[in-house]
Design a binder for this molecule. Structure first.
Ligand code: PXG
Length: 285
């Protein structure tokens, strides 16, 4: 049986789930999205993802044509129809079909798409051995131009950084902001551990307010650790005891090398391992 995809209240076979080429989501990247996980039949932090989706939409003057409760139900119904209990949910809201001009006022109706499927995870050995990343030359979008807090359909900034990373043999890449501070990776937030304290760039550094980031901050604080959201530089990364990334797809993934410099002793550190275990417990229990 083919997977069903939700588009505007109807379910279509994956092969028949199609959107107009006049949709401004395609023509201009005019739209917003969310990537969400489901564990054991329960959607992880659905409310937080929906709040972020609605905030992204508000920031681009896009009115989502349903309530958050209706969206939650549509997501759960789509998962159920596809019998997915551990999977990945992609919610996309596009500006809709319009004319060949930027003006969103000429678009008819926003299109709501819900894809429920399985996610390609990082290779398992990365969670044991750790990831090697590099700093790329592509700066994160200037927050005063296009805020990284908006999870928009225009991901070229991240894609350009990802390509740079891949060219250098790295599947994830660290991006700096316009001030030269550490911002985040292309699809993950970044954390450091130094002298037992957990450090991560603040939202003002120009980053996405990651749902996993927030969950990990809470887990670290619950276990009595100090967590500081403070501006960080490459120097802070190089001298850190530990480094790890967080994201819906990655969960918590250790980083052991940055720009060819070994972080700590070159193996996933104790705090990282503890938070990986706590996150697993949070999602799998
Ligand atoms: N920064 C950016 C730029 C992201 O796109 C994160 C941080 C982590 O946020 P969450 O809320 O997921 O903890 C993201 C999220 C994909 C994919 O298909 C990417 C993300 C999430 C899910 C899937 O590559 N990025």
């Amino acid at each position: 049986m083919s997977l069903k995809v939700y588009i505007n209240g109807k379910l279509y076979d994956k092969e028949d789930a199609k959107i107009s080429v006049y949709d401004h989501g395609l023509l201009y990247g005019d739209g917003v999205f969310e990537g969400i996980r489901s564990y054991n039949g329960k959607v992880f932090r659905l409310r937080e993802h929906l709040d972020r989706l609605w905030n992204s939409a508000k920031a681009i003057w896009l009115q989502i044509p349903m309530s958050k409760d209706e969206m939650a139900k549509a997501i759960e119904d789509t998962l159920r129809v596809n019998r997915i209990s551990d999977g990945y949910i992609r919610v996309v809201v596009t500006r809709g079909v319009g004319t060949l001009g930027l003006d969103p006022n000429h678009c008819q109706e926003p299109q709501v798409i819900i894809i429920t499927d399985y996610i390609a995870l990082y290779p398992p050995e990365i969670y044991e051995k750790g990831l090697e990343i590099i700093t790329v030359s592509t700066l994160r979008n200037h927050p005063a131009a296009l805020s990284p807090r908006i999870k928009s359909l225009n991901y070229l900034n991240n894609i350009l950084a990802k390509i740079e990373g891949l060219q250098a043999g790295c599947i994830e890449a660290m991006m700096l902001n316009h001030k030269g501070e550490v911002a985040e990776c292309t699809g993950d937030n970044l954390f450091l551990v130094r002298n037992g304290r957990v450090l991560t760039p603040p939202i003002e550094a120009g980053i996405l307010e990651g749902v996993t980031r927030q969950a990990v901050i809470e887990l670290a604080r619950e276990s009595g650790r100090e967590v500081l959201e403070i501006p960080l530089t490459k120097h802070d990364v190089y001298i850190a005891d530990e480094c790890f990334l967080t994201g819906t797809a990655a969960e918590v993934v250790p980083v052991v090398k940055v720009d060819s410099r070994t972080i700590g002793d070159g193996r996933p550190g104790p705090v990282t391992k503890e938070l990986m275990a706590r996150f697993r417990q949070l999602t799998r229990s």
